[in-house]
Design a binder for this molecule. Structure first.
Ligand code: FES
Ligand SMILES: [Fe+2]
Length: 448
């Protein structure tokens, strides 16, 4: 039975008093979890994958919208569709593999068969089945999801037909997707191989961590130390140096090192000025991009950027590029899949460099992501605290946050709802408020 939660007891949002607080129950309560699956994940747009993950006829990949398994499949004519990955017969998940290529899918339980358009092609021993007219009149095809859309190769789907258009949903944050896609006229691809992290903590820990600049020097000192050590050891003959710790904290003439931006529907960006330097795999295109896109956009393409498209897609662009997809499993259990994201057509040397720097930071063997996941699990233990429900992790930067954009968003004609400009130590946490306001908007349908 649903507990009588009131939204104001979960998200304490009082800008006039300088207060923004989040209740620990959001991270641990199973009833709240079920509600947010229904209203946040299954009630709105979620990211399902890249079009290049199913590039050829009959390619498919599988995933989840909230708790519901799905298939994204390209048919023989090249049309992409998204189905619920459940057999109409008894609900068995039709495809268990993460991806593949198949003209036909045969259900493992009683062999009902479907083609790559989702149409039912065979019901085993149908003629001998003594089915009634009602059964014959039923549609036996795979169920399409209510909404399926693409923005520049990024695929999104919704189980709820009553959602804004995908264009409206992404809004101004589309310009940040453009910065990633415009790295190559041939578009993006995933470097083969993916990593699945499963951690014993709530999905919102990952959501926040991606936009959390405050933790970087505290959680990742080993990464920073090794970068510094490499920088000291690099000889003059090294043509392409690897990224240095100082590259993350560049300051411009105004003392700004970066900042944050919040967009409608819960999307956020935190960003930092990074030099156009040979320490990034993109360097081979620096001049070309300046000519193609203008210097301001080119510089933004080099900046460190952590973008979250609420609620489940994160793109981290720094020493390399990573795509993360969040899948909540239970209030205290989350799966995150990660890929190295790369522009098509880059040189073998740039690709090698991208992968090496990716491994440094992100992989399970890397020096950063594992530190983060340990912190999520430690935080989840602390979420058990009942007597003092309010966390104090969402107030930093509150007085620096302004409505609208700033000179930096103007450079690429982007209009965020709110923004913060920062020096190296501000490390704004007020952008998390954008997540919880979007969360509260959806949950307002069911909570008083
Ligand atoms: S559950 Fe799929 S054929 Fe029976
Ligand atoms: Fe981190």
């Amino acid at each position: 039975m649903t507990k009588p939660f009131a939204l104001r007891d979960l998200v304490d949002d009082r800008p006039q008093d300088g207060v923004f607080r989040v209740n620990r129950a959001l991270f641990r309560d199973p009833d709240l979890f079920a509600l947010e699956m229904k209203h946040v994940f299954e009630g709105g747009w979620v990211f399902v994958g890249l079009a290049t993950q199913a590039e050829n006829p009959h390619d498919y990949f599988t995933g989840f919208i909230g708790r519901v398994p799905i298939i994204v499949q390209r048919d023989g004519d090249g049309v992409l569709r998204c189905f619920v990955n459940a057999c109409p017969h008894k609900g068995v998940r039709l495809i268990q593999k993460l991806c593949g290529n198949a003209r036909r899918h045969v259900c493992p339980y009683h062999s009902w068969t479907f083609d790559s358009t989702g149409a039912n092609k065979n019901i085993k021993w149908q003629k001998a089945g003594c089915y009634g007219a009602g059964f014959d009149e039923d549609n036996h095809d795979l169920a399409s999801v209510a909404k399926f859309g693409e923005y520049r190769g990024f695929l999104f789907a919704s189980l709820n037909p009553n959602v804004p258009s995908l264009e409206d949903y992404l809004g101004e944050a589309r310009k940040l997707i453009d910065l990633v896609v415009d790295k190559s006229p041939e578009g993006l691809e995933l470097v083969p191989g993916r990593v699945t992290f499963t951690y014993a903590a709530n999905w919102k820990m990952q959501l926040e961590n991606c936009s959390d600049q405050y933790h970087f020097t505290s959680t990742h000192p080993s990464y920073i130390r090794i970068l510094d050590q490499r920088a000291r050891e690099q000889s003059a003959e090294v043509v392409q140096s690897s990224i240095g710790a100082a590259d993350f904290w560049q300051e411009d003439a105004s003392g700004t090192t970066g900042g944050t931006m919040s967009f409608d529907h819960g999307h956020v960006l935190n960003w930092g000025i990074m030099p156009v330097s040979a320490a990034l795999p993109e360097y081979e295109h620096a001049e070309e991009w300046a000519q193609l896109h203008g210097v301001a956009k080119r510089n933004w393409m080099f900046n460190m950027r952590n973008l979250t498209i609420f609620p489940n897609l994160q793109i981290a662009d720094n020493a390399s590029s990573q795509m993360r997809v969040i899948r909540p499993i239970a209030a205290g259990l989350t799966e995150m899949q990660t890929w190295c994201l790369a522009p098509r057509g880059e040189s073998a040397e740039a690709r090698r460099f991208r992968i090496r720097q990716y491994e440094d930071f992100f992989n399970p063997t890397g020096m950063a992501t594992p530190d983060d996941t340990v912190c999520y699990e430690e935080a989840q233990l602390g979420m058990a605290e009942q007597d003092r429900p309010w966390l104090q992790g969402h107030a930093r930067g509150l007085t620096a946050s302004v409505e609208g954009g700033n000179d930096y968003s103007d450079m690429i004609d982007m209009k965020p709802a709110r923004s913060v400009l920062a020096d190296a130590q501000l490390c704004d946490e007020s952008l998390f408020g954008n997540y919880y306001r979007a969360w509260a908007d959806r949950m307002a349908e069911v909570l008083s």
